[in-house]
Design a protein around this ligand. Sequence first.
Ligand SMILES: NC(=O)c1ccc[n+]([C@@H]2O[C@H](COP(=O)([O-])OP(=O)(O)OC[C@H]3O[C@@H](n4cnc5c(N)ncnc54)[C@H](OP(=O)(O)O)[C@@H]3O)[C@@H](O)[C@H]2O)c1
Length: 304
Amino acid sequence: MKYINSIEGKNSSAVVLGCMRIGDMSDYEMDRYLATAFECGYNYFDHADIYHNGRCEEVFAKALKRNKVDRDKIIIQTKCGIREGMYDFSYEHIINSVDKSLKRLDTDYVDVLLLHRPDLLMDPEEVARAFDELEHSQKVRAFGVSNHSAAQIKLLNKYLNQRICINQLQLSITDCGMISSGAGVNTTFDEGINRDGYIRDYCRLHDITVQPWSPLQYGFFSGTFLDKVRFPDLCAVIDEMAEKYNVSDTGVAIAWLLRLPEKMQPVIGSTNIDRIKEIARATHVEMSREDWYKIYRAAGHILP
Ligand SMILES: NC(=O)c1ccc[n+]([C@@H]2O[C@H](COP(=O)([O-])OP(=O)(O)OC[C@H]3O[C@@H](n4cnc5c(N)ncnc54)[C@H](OP(=O)(O)O)[C@@H]3O)[C@@H](O)[C@H]2O)c1
């Protein structure tokens, strides 16, 4: 495993283990999952208050306890702000959500708190008050956002006393508008349409780590693009690269994201032990420029 940056003094694994799909795992499966994670060098775990209605945080905390994991050696990230039928960045909701997550996670603090999706009714002064309180009470060590545009982060920055250090965004080989729009500037091609408010450039300029979520999926949880029937051209090129770099197809898909020079930190959702191991190995792949572009084009993206 490669390590990329430091969150409050803890080095973070280049790939994050996303815990959205662990809610139904048995104790035995969770123990194997954690053992594999540590054996491979993962130390960063992504949660949200809403995953399985909080069950993912509970299952995770019980597994940490059973396996006597040193809390201070791992990075736990959680999110708040999504409620049934609405988004909510009110002071009360943020504070209550963190308190409930801490209880479920059975810990005194989370390393990172993300605002999950932009609340259309957000009052940034309320967010600032909540963040100040969470920082002063030492319940949260670092702050970030998810699915936010550059302008939305700028607005928050005007009021916050804390640095936004993470932006978690949907990004994969097939769903990479935030990257491909950069190649289509000043064209009439659809790929030139910027839907993300220049978020890639903004994050680079401000040293905000982008965490690609659903890095193996296409569409909105539509399935994986590592499906040879649905994506024959892309999978053929990925298989060729898998052979060349001596990693699995899954490994190639993650190595493609890690090749982006700003050091993105993919959040993988697999609970499959073999895939988790393959991805850790792939963090050492140094993909050539030619191969990166070959995969990009095989996914149907154009270069004007
Ligand atoms: N911020 C946000 O708005 C947001 C939204 C969604 C998710 N997230 C975070 O991102 C994490 C990752 O999301 P995700 O789970 O959608 O990501 P993902 O890693 O793209 O997808 C994982 C899913 O794909 C399956 N899969 C992977 N490779 C496969 C293959 N070759 N063949 C068949 N199935 C395959 C996995 O099954 P196996 O378990 O069998 O490998 C798992 O069900 C989540 O856990 C969560 O932490 C954040």
